[in-house]
Design a protein around this ligand. Structure first.
Ligand code: SUG
Length: 447
């Protein structure tokens, strides 16, 4: 069946800031407290979407979430109108208040896990919003994400996120790869987890950074999406990678079509992963493994330069895949040399392009973090909310909207300014018209 992969990017929100909120994310820790540039950030995101649209690929957009997220503050006992809640929270619990200001929902790779209709038992598209339970500022995303997915994909089976508890810790598509011979064929879905839910003490030193995905969460999603167990693989991320700053597997691995591109230190047992993928792929596809040796690219460089947090895409009329990497990959000697060697060879990746997403990168979000991949048949794409598709005219509308509403800079002390809340709410209210989301999409609109 004729099908393509669509990328849905998270539009970077008006409160984009460097909060230092993500333990184990080296960029977030390093850049905590810097002045951010929300307008430039959102325009960088839109330029990335434009690039994809111009390459002839299907591109969509997800709206930013409401920030501050007043419902979380109300649950924490703050009372009054939205402004009262905001101001009293900043006064008595500034840590909580700051967590409700993060624009982290821009990283749409963490929005949900997606199983295309070609892989599921009932023949429908299944999406499960990620509960993002490990980080406070991200654990408030799933409810609004569910609304976004329902608005974008009215024909799909949109599940509710798994319970917001450590047993079910789930970070969505950032820990999931789909391999296939062609988009409309049955695929092999690979779920990568960082830990099992209950670990019996092994006497080993405790990990430096938290693993954000449990095997139990991945298994629950595979079950509820109705995936064929024979075409589903579960693999463990290496703790070495997590401790080096790979808080999601997509920091050390990316896959597209029949190709898996990953670092030698990405997985706990790479030989096992390869043999399980080969077994699941029998009769469906011939998987190609492109492993980057640590000798060529040390893990630290791969993570700092975000080589793997790139989009691996097949442009129309091109034989080989293109890696769309961040500028930081070009600026790092080891990763740049590796990329040049990669495209000079005759493997499945034939080109590397570099793009500027520096505002997002400073929080640990590369090109791949900013998008959720959704493989759709032509018929399904035709049923996607048309206003959430990136077209030349929507792009123009969104750029004008950003230019009208966003601040140029945001310093840490600006976050508690109630005018920032008012500005953000006005911006989002206007956005619901542009994206056809209705006047009750955000909590502040519902009163
Ligand atoms: O969850 N950063 C995000 C980055 C997410 C990247 N996504 C993928 N790899 N798919 C995170 O750690 C930092 C926010 C701050 O510190 O203000 C943050 O949430």
């Amino acid at each position: 069946m004729s099908a393509q992969e669509a990328n849905f990017d998270g539009l970077i929100g008006p409160t984009h800031n460097y909060g230092g909120l993500s333990d184990g994310n080296l960029a977030s820790a390093k850049n905590a407290g810097l002045v951010s540039h929300p307008k430039a950030a959102a325009l960088q995101g839109l330029a990335k979407m434009e690039l994809m649209m111009n390459a002839g690929l299907w591109q969509g957009v997800f709206p930013p979430h409401q920030r501050p997220y007043i419902p979380a503050l109300r649950r924490a006992g703050f009372l009054g109108n939205d402004r009262d809640v905001f101001q009293s929270a900043w006064k008595s619990d500034p840590i909580l208040a700051k967590n409700t200001m993060s624009a982290s929902n821009m990283w749409a790779a963490n929005a949900a896990t997606v199983s295309p209709s070609f892989d599921t038992q009932d023949g429908g598209l299944h999406l499960t919003p990620a509960n993002l339970s490990t980080m406070l500022h991200r654990s408030i995303e799933s409810e609004q994400t569910e609304r976004t997915l329902r608005a974008g994909f009215p024909f799909a089976k949109v599940h509710t996120a798994l319970p917001n508890q450590s047993y079910f810790a789930d970070e969505g598509a950032a820990n999931h790869v789909r391999l296939c011979s062609e988009r409309g064929a049955v695929g092999v879905e690979v779920f990568v987890y960082g830990r099992t839910a209950f670990v019996v003490s092994t006497g080993q030193p405790s990990p430096k950074f938290p693993a954000r995905q449990t095997r139990q969460a991945s298994e629950s999603i595979a079950r509820s999406h109705g995936l064929n167990p024979l075409q589903t693989v579960f693999a463990k991320q290496s703790q070495t990678a997590i401790d080096a700053g790979a808080f999601h597997n997509d920091v050390v691995c990316v896959g597209a079509l029949d190709t898996l591109f990953y670092h030698q230190d990405a997985f706990d047992d790479t030989a096992l992963l390869q043999s399980e993928i080969r077994k699941s792929a029998q009769g469906l596809l011939d998987p190609k493994f492109v492993e980057v040796p640590r000798q060529d690219v040390p893990l630290e460089d791969a993570i700092k330069a975000y080589l793997f947090n790139s989009m691996l895409v097949k442009r129309p009329n091109e034989d080989r895949l293109t890696l769309i990497a961040p500028l930081e990959t070009r600026e790092n000697l080891a990763t740049f040399a590796y990329c040049n060697q990669l495209i000079a060879g005759n493997g499945p990746i034939g080109q590397v392009d570099y793009i500027d997403v520096r505002q997002s990168m400073r929080n640990g979000g590369g090109p791949a973090c900013l998008r959720l991949r959704v493989t759709l048949s032509d018929t399904e794409w035709a049923q996607v909310n048309p206003k959430m598709k990136i077209t030349p005219s929507q792009l123009q509308n969104l750029k004008a909207w950003v230019n009208q509403y966003y601040r140029d800079t945001l310093a840490p002390e600006d976050l508690s300014d109630p005018r920032l809340m008012d500005e953000s709410f006005s911006a989002l209210d206007a956005l619901t018209v542009i994206l056809g989301l209705g006047s009750d999409f955000y909590p502040f609109q519902r009163g």
